[in-house]
Design a protein around this ligand. Structure first.
Ligand code: ADP
Ligand code: MG
Length: 257
Protein backbone atom coordinates (compact mmCIF):
# COMPACT_ATOMS: atom_id res chain seq x y z
CA UNK A 1 0.00 0.00 0.00
CA UNK A 2 1.14 3.53 -0.73
CA UNK A 3 -0.50 6.65 0.65
CA UNK A 4 -2.47 9.05 -1.44
CA UNK A 5 -0.52 12.23 -0.69
CA UNK A 6 -3.56 14.51 -1.02
CA UNK A 7 -5.94 12.66 1.27
CA UNK A 8 -3.52 10.56 3.31
CA UNK A 9 -5.78 7.59 2.60
CA UNK A 10 -4.12 4.33 1.69
CA UNK A 11 -4.73 3.42 -1.95
CA UNK A 12 -4.24 -0.04 -3.38
CA UNK A 13 -1.12 -0.37 -5.52
CA UNK A 14 -1.32 -2.05 -8.89
CA UNK A 15 -0.65 -5.18 -6.94
CA UNK A 16 -2.05 -7.91 -9.18
CA UNK A 17 0.85 -10.12 -10.23
CA UNK A 18 1.64 -10.28 -13.93
CA UNK A 19 2.47 -13.98 -13.73
CA UNK A 20 0.90 -16.15 -11.08
CA UNK A 21 1.27 -19.85 -10.40
CA UNK A 22 -0.94 -21.43 -7.78
CA UNK A 23 -0.37 -24.97 -6.50
CA UNK A 24 1.05 -26.08 -9.82
CA UNK A 25 1.92 -29.75 -10.14
CA UNK A 26 3.39 -31.64 -13.05
CA UNK A 27 4.41 -35.28 -13.45
CA UNK A 28 6.31 -37.03 -16.19
CA UNK A 29 5.09 -40.56 -15.50
CA UNK A 30 6.13 -41.32 -11.94
CA UNK A 31 8.43 -38.34 -11.78
CA UNK A 32 6.93 -35.44 -9.87
CA UNK A 33 8.77 -32.54 -11.60
CA UNK A 34 6.82 -29.55 -10.27
CA UNK A 35 5.59 -29.89 -6.70
CA UNK A 36 3.02 -27.42 -5.53
CA UNK A 37 4.68 -24.41 -7.09
CA UNK A 38 3.35 -21.07 -5.87
CA UNK A 39 4.94 -18.07 -7.51
CA UNK A 40 3.78 -14.52 -8.13
CA UNK A 41 5.86 -12.27 -10.36
CA UNK A 42 5.04 -8.58 -10.19
CA UNK A 43 4.93 -6.26 -13.18
CA UNK A 44 8.48 -5.11 -13.87
CA UNK A 45 10.01 -7.68 -11.57
CA UNK A 46 13.09 -9.67 -12.59
CA UNK A 47 13.22 -13.15 -11.09
CA UNK A 48 16.26 -15.38 -11.49
CA UNK A 49 15.65 -19.11 -11.11
CA UNK A 50 18.60 -21.29 -10.17
CA UNK A 51 18.99 -24.86 -9.03
CA UNK A 52 20.61 -28.17 -9.88
CA UNK A 53 20.10 -29.85 -13.23
CA UNK A 54 16.82 -31.76 -13.29
CA UNK A 55 15.18 -29.62 -10.61
CA UNK A 56 12.35 -28.55 -12.94
CA UNK A 57 13.47 -25.08 -14.05
CA UNK A 58 12.88 -25.66 -17.77
CA UNK A 59 9.58 -27.39 -17.10
CA UNK A 60 8.52 -24.37 -15.05
CA UNK A 61 9.30 -22.00 -17.96
CA UNK A 62 7.62 -24.28 -20.45
CA UNK A 63 4.52 -24.54 -18.29
CA UNK A 64 4.24 -20.74 -18.12
CA UNK A 65 4.24 -20.65 -21.93
CA UNK A 66 2.07 -23.77 -22.07
CA UNK A 67 4.62 -25.62 -24.11
CA UNK A 68 4.00 -28.13 -21.32
CA UNK A 69 0.62 -28.94 -19.76
CA UNK A 70 0.21 -29.06 -15.99
CA UNK A 71 -1.61 -31.72 -13.98
CA UNK A 72 -3.26 -29.37 -11.55
CA UNK A 73 -3.09 -25.86 -10.19
CA UNK A 74 -3.50 -22.63 -12.10
CA UNK A 75 -1.28 -20.33 -14.11
CA UNK A 76 -2.42 -16.83 -15.01
CA UNK A 77 -0.77 -14.18 -17.16
CA UNK A 78 -1.98 -10.67 -16.40
CA UNK A 79 -5.00 -12.10 -14.64
CA UNK A 80 -5.99 -14.47 -17.44
CA UNK A 81 -5.84 -18.24 -17.03
CA UNK A 82 -3.80 -20.03 -19.67
CA UNK A 83 -6.30 -21.37 -22.20
CA UNK A 84 -5.82 -24.90 -23.43
CA UNK A 85 -5.56 -24.33 -27.16
CA UNK A 86 -6.62 -22.47 -30.26
CA UNK A 87 -6.63 -18.77 -30.92
CA UNK A 88 -6.98 -17.83 -27.26
CA UNK A 89 -3.76 -19.70 -26.49
CA UNK A 90 -1.91 -18.12 -29.42
CA UNK A 91 -3.01 -14.71 -28.20
CA UNK A 92 -1.91 -15.26 -24.64
CA UNK A 93 1.34 -16.84 -25.81
CA UNK A 94 2.15 -13.66 -27.66
CA UNK A 95 2.25 -12.03 -24.23
CA UNK A 96 5.00 -14.41 -23.14
CA UNK A 97 8.29 -14.14 -24.99
CA UNK A 98 10.66 -17.05 -24.68
CA UNK A 99 14.38 -17.34 -25.32
CA UNK A 100 15.94 -20.78 -25.20
CA UNK A 101 19.45 -22.08 -24.78
CA UNK A 102 19.51 -23.04 -28.46
CA UNK A 103 18.56 -19.96 -30.41
CA UNK A 104 15.94 -21.70 -32.56
CA UNK A 105 16.10 -19.16 -35.39
CA UNK A 106 14.63 -20.06 -38.77
CA UNK A 107 17.77 -21.22 -40.59
CA UNK A 108 16.63 -20.30 -44.10
CA UNK A 109 15.27 -16.85 -43.31
CA UNK A 110 17.27 -13.67 -43.01
CA UNK A 111 17.87 -12.14 -39.60
CA UNK A 112 15.39 -9.39 -40.44
CA UNK A 113 12.72 -11.88 -41.53
CA UNK A 114 13.29 -13.91 -38.37
CA UNK A 115 12.27 -10.89 -36.33
CA UNK A 116 9.51 -9.61 -38.63
CA UNK A 117 7.70 -12.91 -39.27
CA UNK A 118 5.92 -13.30 -35.91
CA UNK A 119 4.16 -9.92 -36.10
CA UNK A 120 3.27 -10.50 -39.79
CA UNK A 121 1.84 -13.99 -39.22
CA UNK A 122 0.36 -13.72 -35.74
CA UNK A 123 -0.45 -10.04 -35.36
CA UNK A 124 -1.23 -9.35 -39.03
CA UNK A 125 1.16 -6.42 -39.06
CA UNK A 126 1.79 -5.07 -42.58
CA UNK A 127 5.08 -6.37 -43.99
CA UNK A 128 6.72 -2.97 -44.43
CA UNK A 129 5.79 -1.89 -40.92
CA UNK A 130 6.90 -5.19 -39.40
CA UNK A 131 10.27 -4.93 -41.15
CA UNK A 132 10.75 -1.38 -40.02
CA UNK A 133 10.04 -2.35 -36.42
CA UNK A 134 12.24 -5.42 -36.76
CA UNK A 135 15.08 -3.22 -37.93
CA UNK A 136 14.66 -0.96 -34.92
CA UNK A 137 14.77 -4.00 -32.61
CA UNK A 138 17.89 -5.34 -34.34
CA UNK A 139 19.45 -1.96 -33.76
CA UNK A 140 18.47 -2.08 -30.11
CA UNK A 141 20.26 -5.41 -29.62
CA UNK A 142 23.20 -4.26 -31.75
CA UNK A 143 22.93 -6.51 -34.82
CA UNK A 144 21.21 -4.25 -37.34
CA UNK A 145 24.30 -4.41 -39.57
CA UNK A 146 23.64 -8.16 -39.99
CA UNK A 147 19.99 -7.83 -41.01
CA UNK A 148 20.26 -9.49 -44.42
CA UNK A 149 22.42 -12.41 -43.35
CA UNK A 150 21.29 -15.92 -42.49
CA UNK A 151 21.52 -17.07 -38.86
CA UNK A 152 24.46 -19.41 -39.56
CA UNK A 153 26.52 -16.42 -40.71
CA UNK A 154 26.31 -14.86 -37.24
CA UNK A 155 28.15 -15.72 -34.06
CA UNK A 156 26.28 -17.48 -31.27
CA UNK A 157 26.09 -14.30 -29.23
CA UNK A 158 24.67 -12.38 -32.18
CA UNK A 159 22.14 -15.15 -32.88
CA UNK A 160 20.97 -15.11 -29.30
CA UNK A 161 20.51 -11.34 -29.45
CA UNK A 162 18.43 -11.85 -32.61
CA UNK A 163 16.37 -14.42 -30.69
CA UNK A 164 15.76 -11.77 -28.00
CA UNK A 165 14.76 -9.22 -30.67
CA UNK A 166 12.42 -11.77 -32.22
CA UNK A 167 10.70 -12.37 -28.89
CA UNK A 168 10.44 -8.61 -28.26
CA UNK A 169 8.83 -8.07 -31.68
CA UNK A 170 5.65 -9.65 -30.33
CA UNK A 171 5.52 -7.01 -27.58
CA UNK A 172 5.39 -9.54 -24.77
CA UNK A 173 4.33 -8.62 -21.26
CA UNK A 174 6.87 -10.99 -19.78
CA UNK A 175 10.06 -12.54 -21.11
CA UNK A 176 11.21 -16.02 -20.14
CA UNK A 177 14.84 -16.96 -20.58
CA UNK A 178 15.92 -20.57 -20.15
CA UNK A 179 19.70 -20.67 -19.73
CA UNK A 180 20.17 -18.21 -22.60
CA UNK A 181 23.96 -18.13 -22.36
CA UNK A 182 24.84 -21.71 -21.55
CA UNK A 183 25.40 -22.73 -25.19
CA UNK A 184 27.63 -19.72 -25.88
CA UNK A 185 31.38 -19.44 -26.02
CA UNK A 186 32.60 -17.58 -22.93
CA UNK A 187 33.56 -14.43 -24.82
CA UNK A 188 29.99 -14.04 -26.09
CA UNK A 189 28.18 -14.45 -22.81
CA UNK A 190 28.48 -10.84 -21.71
CA UNK A 191 27.07 -9.31 -24.88
CA UNK A 192 23.89 -11.32 -24.33
CA UNK A 193 23.76 -10.62 -20.60
CA UNK A 194 24.26 -6.89 -21.27
CA UNK A 195 21.25 -6.92 -23.58
CA UNK A 196 19.23 -8.65 -20.85
CA UNK A 197 20.37 -6.18 -18.19
CA UNK A 198 19.24 -3.31 -20.44
CA UNK A 199 15.87 -4.97 -20.88
CA UNK A 200 15.55 -5.34 -17.13
CA UNK A 201 16.45 -1.69 -16.63
CA UNK A 202 13.79 -0.69 -19.12
CA UNK A 203 11.24 -2.33 -16.85
CA UNK A 204 10.54 -5.62 -18.64
CA UNK A 205 9.11 -8.35 -16.44
CA UNK A 206 11.54 -11.25 -16.69
CA UNK A 207 11.90 -14.81 -15.46
CA UNK A 208 15.45 -15.94 -16.11
CA UNK A 209 16.87 -19.39 -15.55
CA UNK A 210 20.60 -18.81 -15.32
CA UNK A 211 23.60 -19.58 -13.20
CA UNK A 212 25.22 -16.28 -14.12
CA UNK A 213 25.57 -14.76 -10.67
CA UNK A 214 26.80 -11.45 -12.08
CA UNK A 215 23.55 -11.05 -13.96
CA UNK A 216 21.52 -12.01 -10.89
CA UNK A 217 23.36 -9.49 -8.74
CA UNK A 218 23.05 -6.73 -11.33
CA UNK A 219 19.50 -7.23 -12.54
CA UNK A 220 17.45 -9.55 -10.34
CA UNK A 221 14.97 -8.39 -7.76
CA UNK A 222 14.63 -11.91 -6.43
CA UNK A 223 16.43 -15.23 -6.71
CA UNK A 224 14.43 -18.43 -6.57
CA UNK A 225 16.24 -21.62 -5.70
CA UNK A 226 14.62 -24.81 -6.96
CA UNK A 227 15.47 -28.39 -6.06
CA UNK A 228 13.50 -31.56 -6.78
CA UNK A 229 10.62 -29.65 -8.32
CA UNK A 230 10.11 -27.36 -5.35
CA UNK A 231 10.89 -23.76 -4.57
CA UNK A 232 13.20 -24.36 -1.63
CA UNK A 233 14.24 -20.83 -0.92
CA UNK A 234 13.88 -17.30 -2.29
CA UNK A 235 15.51 -14.02 -1.40
CA UNK A 236 17.04 -10.85 -2.81
CA UNK A 237 20.24 -11.79 -4.71
CA UNK A 238 22.73 -10.35 -2.24
CA UNK A 239 20.98 -12.06 0.66
CA UNK A 240 20.71 -15.37 -1.17
CA UNK A 241 24.32 -15.49 -2.33
CA UNK A 242 25.87 -14.37 0.94
CA UNK A 243 23.49 -16.02 3.35
CA UNK A 244 21.71 -19.05 1.85
CA UNK A 245 19.48 -20.69 4.43
CA UNK A 246 18.86 -24.25 3.28
CA UNK A 247 21.49 -26.98 3.12
CA UNK A 248 20.49 -27.66 -0.50
CA UNK A 249 21.19 -24.06 -1.48
CA UNK A 250 24.46 -23.95 0.47
CA UNK A 251 25.58 -27.17 -1.18
CA UNK A 252 24.60 -25.91 -4.65
CA UNK A 253 26.31 -22.54 -4.25
CA UNK A 254 29.40 -24.31 -2.94
CA UNK A 255 29.59 -26.16 -6.25
CA UNK A 256 29.03 -23.27 -8.64
CA UNK A 257 30.72 -20.30 -6.95
P1 ADP B 1 16.06 -28.41 -15.26
O1 ADP B 1 15.70 -27.45 -16.32
O2 ADP B 1 16.03 -27.82 -13.87
O3 ADP B 1 17.39 -29.10 -15.52
P2 ADP B 1 13.86 -29.95 -16.30
O4 ADP B 1 12.64 -29.15 -16.07
O5 ADP B 1 14.42 -29.96 -17.66
O6 ADP B 1 14.96 -29.56 -15.21
O7 ADP B 1 13.58 -31.46 -15.92
C1 ADP B 1 13.04 -31.86 -14.69
C2 ADP B 1 12.93 -33.37 -14.66
O8 ADP B 1 11.95 -33.77 -15.60
C3 ADP B 1 14.22 -34.08 -15.07
O9 ADP B 1 14.36 -35.23 -14.28
C4 ADP B 1 13.98 -34.42 -16.52
O10 ADP B 1 14.71 -35.57 -16.88
C5 ADP B 1 12.49 -34.68 -16.55
N1 ADP B 1 11.88 -34.37 -17.84
C6 ADP B 1 11.90 -33.17 -18.47
N2 ADP B 1 11.19 -33.21 -19.62
C7 ADP B 1 10.70 -34.45 -19.71
C8 ADP B 1 9.87 -35.14 -20.67
N3 ADP B 1 9.40 -34.51 -21.75
N4 ADP B 1 9.57 -36.43 -20.43
C9 ADP B 1 10.02 -37.07 -19.33
N5 ADP B 1 10.79 -36.49 -18.39
C10 ADP B 1 11.14 -35.21 -18.57
MG1 MG C 1 16.75 -26.77 -17.98
Amino acid sequence: MTSDTTSGQPVPEQAAPLVSLKNVNKHFGDLHVLRDINLDVARGEVVVVIGPSGSGKSTLCRAINRLETIDDGEITIDGKALPAEGKALAKLRADVGMVFQSFNLFAHKSILDNVALGPIKVKRTKTAEAKEKAMALLKRVGVDNQANKLPAQLSGGQQQRVAIARALAMKPKVMLFDEPTSALDPEMINEVLDTMVELAQEGMTMIVVTHEMGFARKAADRVIFMADGQIVEQAAPEEFFTNPKSDRAKDFLGKIL
